[in-house]
Structures are given as C-alpha cells and as structure tokens.
Design a protein around this ligand. Structure first.
Ligand SMILES: Cc1cc2nc3c(=O)[nH]c(=O)nc-3n(C[C@H](O)[C@H](O)[C@H](O)COP(=O)(O)OP(=O)(O)OC[C@H]3O[C@@H](n4cnc5c(N)ncnc54)[C@H](O)[C@@H]3O)c2cc1C
Length: 623
C-alpha cells in the first residue's frame, strides 16, 4: 500500500526542510521511496518488453533497434538494475504513447500532492526539477501536470496524452563503478547515447535526453569523515580533516552529517541539489564561497569512471589532468564521478542577518534606490568576508565567517539602517552556532521553486563595474531590464573574491576565470506552465536573452556560471565563458562527450572544441 505524506506537506518544499517539520520531511521521503519501489516493480516487469513497443517521434529508431538479448545481457551485467524509464506524471494519464506503465489513481494522488516537492521528486528517476527537461520542447512531446494546480484535469485527461519527452528511455540504477563501466561499454557498442542523472536539477537539461540510456547516480549515498585524510599517492602530505561522499549525496544530508560531526562543509542553497554531481563539476557556489572558495577550490580527491571503464583516483598528485577537468569542466563530460573528497572545516559560528522588505511593492524607483545603495557597498563588504544573497525585490541574507558578532553588526549596521528607514524593512539577526542552523534559518525558507518549467539567464559581473559611483550607476541601469522583467531576480554574492585575494592557488581548477574577478553572479529566471504554447515559450527564452544582452554589453570581461547560464548564451565560445578544460588535452587525448549523443572521440587537434558545442548542435529537444 502506498505511503502518503501528510496533507500539509504537499505543496511547500520550504516546510519540509525546517527542523520543526522533520517528521513531515521523513514522511514525504518515505512516500517517495514507496512510490518509486512500487512503481519500479511495474516498470521492471515491463522493462524488456518495452523495447519491442512501437515508439514514436524522437524515440523511434535506435532504442527500438536494440535486440532483446542485448538488453538482457546489460540487465544481467548490472545485477538486474536496468529499468525502463517513464515520465514522473505517467500514472496520472489514461493515454500514453509508446511507454510502459499505466494509469494508477493512488500513485497519481501522491504525484499531485508532491508535484512541487523537491524531496519527493529527487528520488524518482523520471522526474526533473525544471520540468521543461522532462519534455521535448521542440516537438512539444510532454507528460506534465498543471504546476499551479496539479489536480487540474485539463492537463492529463484525454485528449492529452503522456509522451516520453526528453526522459531517457532506460536507466541503470547505479550501485557501483562496474555499473557505470557497463553503461559506457553498452553505449560504445550500440551507439545509444549515455546520460548521467543525479538529482535532475540541471538548468540546461544536461541530465536528460531522448532516446538514451541513463546512469542514475542517486543511490550512491555514503558519507564518511576522515580527520587525517591524505590524498592517494602522496607520501609527504600532511593529514587533514575531509569528508568523502558518494555521488548521490544531497546538500541537506551533507549539512546534517557535518553538524553531527562538529565540522563545516559549505555548499549550495538547495537541500536536494547534489553536492558531488553537476554542482561540483560546474564550480559550486555557496553563501560562504567568498571566504572558503567554490566547491571545486576545496576538492581534495575524486573517484571517476572514465569511458574506457577504468576507475581512476584523481587528485593533485595523480591523474592531475583529469582532476583539473573535473574541477569546473562541467557535469557529464569527462567521466562519471563515483565519490568525492572535500575539505572539512571546524564547526563555525556565523553572525547572520536577513533584511525583508517589500521593495518592489513600495515603488519601481525603490528597487533602483536599493540597488544603487547596495552596489556602492558590496566591494568593501566583500573585502572583509561578507557573502550571501541580495534580493533586488525584497532585501538580503548576509553572513560573515571572519567576524565576531560585535564586529559584524558594526559593519553591517549602515545597510540595516538604510533598509529600515527607506523601505520599512524588518531585520532578523541571529548568531548561528553552525552552518546547518544558518542554512535552515536563513537560506532554506527562500529557496528556488521546482516542479515547473523554468528558464534562467545570468551574468558574472566584474568588480571593475563597481569602481566609481558613475560606473555603479551605469551598472544599475544595465541590470534593471533583466531584474525587473522576471519574478525571481537574485544577486548571488558568492564569488570567491576574498578567497582569491588571500593568495589561494586556484590554478588547479578549470572554472571560467570570470569567477575570480567578479563581484556578483546575477540570475534572472522565469517560469511557465504545461499549456504555454510553443511560440510563447520561444518568446520567453528570447526575452530573457535580450534583456541580459544589455548587461552583457555593460560588463566586458564578465562571463557566465555554466550551471546557471542562459541556454542561449550568445558568443558562448568566447574565452571568458569557457572552462579552461577546453584548452587541455586529457592524458590519452580523447575527450568523450556524454550528453545527448553517441559517445564521440575528439582527437587532440580538435581539442579546442567545447563539449557543449556538440550537445548544443545535437540536443534536438531544445527550442
Ligand atoms: C533549486 C536550485 C538551486 C540551486 N542552487 C545552487 C547553489 O546554491 N549553488 C550552485 O552552485 N548551483 C546551484 N544550482 C545549480 C546546480 O549547480 C545545477 O543545477 C547542477 O547541475 C545540479 O547538479 P546535480 O548533479 O544535482 O543535477 P543533475 O541534473 O542530475 O546533473 C547535472 C549535470 O551533472 C551531470 N552529473 C550528475 N552527476 C554526475 C556524476 N556522478 N558524474 C558525472 N556527471 C554527473 C549530469 O550529467 C548533468 O550534466 C541550483 C539549481 C537549482 C535547480
């Protein structure tokens, strides 16, 4: 029988992550697992039969051409953990095209209740957090519910049908490195594209892809603390405190583990983003990255399966080119990560401040007033260690791991006073006793929504733009078109400026150099719904890109964070957008491209080709 989460948990991911709602979160997680388990039984039984189904559209040719004995053989190799994949909302649809599964009222109720619940979605393979990546946007092949009202029958009753969209056709529930090697070998032999999926949070759809076989990394959930960690192959290294985590580890689990062990491992803002997957390989920012660097800056070692099937341990002492590539080269590109080891810091006390105001509601001019003021302060604040999130419409969340509460309060007082006097803001101020507590009180309640089609555009804004009051005013004018045209603009104060200025050696990372000289990472995002037309969706993407163009022109030398970049970033081949990995040749001069296409070999004389250029050309579901 299906476990159900309490009714009040259903539509609020924020409530699920507060400690007071722990039982609620547990119930939702249990419901998710129960749903997945029962659903997998159905799926599993039908998995091999599915290959003989007559599939349509982008799913037709190659998957259907694989013989049953080939699938049988793969299934045997991976210990029976090969499954046919179906879109998340499949059980709500009476009619479905070319896929396994069936209408199931009980399962559908659980999906409707948890449609925007990250914890529930995270556990289910066919779910993608930004649901346009469950769809094939180009062909409008989809299987979505109404994000605003998931019980709305218009989304799922005939003539609406459930289509596979961009959800991979099959997946291996990865349990060990051999499963990954089996996936690589299968893909090489058959030509079926291989996709790596962890949590499905990616904004660019890199963890989905039609007509593909996926590696589902979610269940690699180990977490261990070594207080005397020494990188493999290093004889003279001093031991240090480090956490090793499986590829499927998500942030809330990591923070709870760190808290229980009296250590700090700073990480991202969302409880269900994966710490060791795409986040890490794209760079990985946090509220503390100004002082402690990006996640890649703190990586000590990584265990990777490369396309040959070999399991390599990469660090600063062995397989150094692979280590460099993993530290910023992008998820799903150079190999499949099995586990990562990162620095652990002692438990820390964090003076934390939150300003909440209805800035936009006050007047449009008020937003400009706020941005002009905060732009004049941020560089100085960053130099003493401040970081966090500035909300153009509603205030900010700030903390400083370098200052005690008295010093921090004295430094930030001017900002607090300004917000209170100009916008009648309320101020929350707590001296948090750990990163987990800071996270739960200040970050988790305002995290970004999921369970809806969602597009983002962004810009890393160079410090140079803040040099004078004139340049600050020009910057504010250039930011406003992007910030005012979307419901969710954020100025992430997460660039590692203090860390870089402190003399840290960042040469071993391959993130875009723009991270090292930028002050803010600005994102502007918007969403739509299941019934938004193709033309409307195209216009949404175009508007985002066009508004950001104004800021792009005003910020020469800036760049974009690949994990939160515009999928239509213009001139993405330009040097400042490229991870430095594009200029190196891996050991065997082979770069295998995983996403959305048959594995490719890139010979050394083609090494400048950006992996994403391939996926961009071939990702036929992008608009
Ligand atoms: C709500 C939300 C909040 C976010 N907050 C932050 C934040 O605070 N800081 C930040 O820096 N970013 C943040 N991001 C962006 C985040 O970094 C990216 O979405 C990232 O791609 C997520 O990685 P994932 O592994 O969890 O997701 P997935 O979608 O599963 O994977 C993303 C990419 O990584 C690849 N990949 C996953 N696992 C592996 C593996 N084991 N080996 C090789 N490749 C792998 C996939 O193929 C894909 O290319 C946020 C995103 C969302 C949606």
């Amino acid at each position: 029988m299906m476990l159900r989460s309490p009714q009040h948990c259903a539509h609020s991911s924020a409530t699920l992550i507060s400690s007071a709602q722990g039982s609620c979160a547990a119930a939702a997680a249990a419901a998710a697992v129960a749903y997945e388990m029962s659903y997998l039984r159905v799926v599993r039984a039908a998995a091999l039969a599915a290959v003989s189904l007559s599939l349509n559209g982008v799913h037709a040719a190659s998957i259907a051409s694989i013989s049953q004995s080939t699938w049988n053989s793969l299934n045997k190799t991976v210990g029976g953990r090969l499954f046919a994949a179906v879109p998340f909302s499949r059980p709500c649809f009476q009619d479905a095209v070319g896929m396994v599964g069936a209408f199931d009222n009980t399962a559908c109720n659980a999906i409707e209740e948890n449609y925007t619940n990250k914890t529930f979605r995270r556990n289910i393979f066919g779910s993608y957090m930004n649901t346009e990546w469950e769809t094939c946007q180009m062909t409008s092949s989809q299987c979505l519910l109404d994000s605003n009202e998931p019980t709305d029958p218009l989304a799922f009753t005939p003539p609406r049908t459930c289509n596979q969209g961009s959800v991979p056709s099959f997946y291996i529930d990865v349990n060990n490195p051999n499963d990954v090697a089996a996936g690589f070998a299968f893909s090489e032999k058959t030509g079926i594209p291989l996709v790596v999926k962890n949590t499905g949070h990616d904004y660019k759809g890199r963890s989905s892809g039609p007509n593909s076989l996926a590696l589902f990394m979610h269940n690699l959930q180990s977490l261990t603390l070594d207080k005397n960690f020494k990188p493999t192959g290093c004889k003279n290294c001093a031991g240090q405190s480090a956490v090793t985590m499986g590829a499927g580890t998500t942030f809330l689990n990591l923070y709870e583990f760190a808290d229980a062990n009296n250590i700090t491992v700073p990480g991202g803002a969302d409880p269900t983003v994966g710490a060791a997957g795409g986040y890490l390989m794209g760079g990985g920012h946090s509220a503390l990255s100004n002082v402690f660097g990006l996640f890649v800056d703190r990586l000590l070692e990584v265990e990777v399966v490369v396309p040959s099937g070999q399991v390599l341990i990469a660090n600063d002492h062995q397989n150094t080119d692979l280590f460099f590539a993993i530290r910023g080269g992008g998820g799903g590109t150079f190999g499949v990560v099995i586990s990562v080891t990162t620095k652990a810091f002692p438990r820390m006390t964090l003076p934390a401040f939150k300003i909440t105001a209805d800035i936009l509601g006050t007047s449009v001019a008020a937003q400009k007033t706020w941005l002009t003021f905060i732009s004049s302060k941020v560089v100085a604040l960053s130099k003493t260690g401040w970081g966090g999130y500035v909300m153009p419409n509603s205030g900010l969340v700030y903390t400083n791991p370098l200052l005690n509460d008295t010093a921090a309060t004295a430094e930030i007082q001017e900002v607090l006073d300004f917000a209170v006097s100009k916008f009648n803001a309320t101020v929350e101020h707590i001296v948090e006793q750990s990163y987990l507590q800071f996270y739960l009180d200040f970050i988790a309640p305002t995290t970004v929504p999921v369970g809806l089609p969602f597009a983002v555009t962004s810009r890393l804004i160079p410090v140079a733009n803040f040099a004078t009051s004139k340049s600050q005013a020009e910057l504010v004018d250039a930011m406003l078109p992007s910030l005012t045209s979307v419901p969710l603009p954020i100025l992430f104060q997460v660039t590692p400026l203090w860390f870089t200025a402190s003399g840290a050696d960042t040469s071993g990372t391959s993130v875009t150099p723009a991270w090292r000289n930028s002050m803010w990472h600005l994102t502007a995002s918007t969403s739509w719904n299941f019934n938004t037309t193709l033309d409307e969706r195209i216009q949404i993407f175009k508007n985002l890109t066009a508004n950001m163009d104004i800021l792009r022109k005003a910020t020469p030398g800036g760049g974009a964070y690949q994990n939160e970049a515009d999928v239509y970033e213009p001139d993405f081949q330009r040097k400042e957008f490229l991870p430095a990995t594009t200029s190196i040749c891996l050991r065997d001069c082979f770069i295998r491209i995983i996403l959305g296409l048959k594995l490719q070999q890139t010979s050394s004389n083609q090494e400048q080709v950006r992996p994403e250029a391939h996926s961009r050309l071939l990702a036929m579901c992008w608009l």
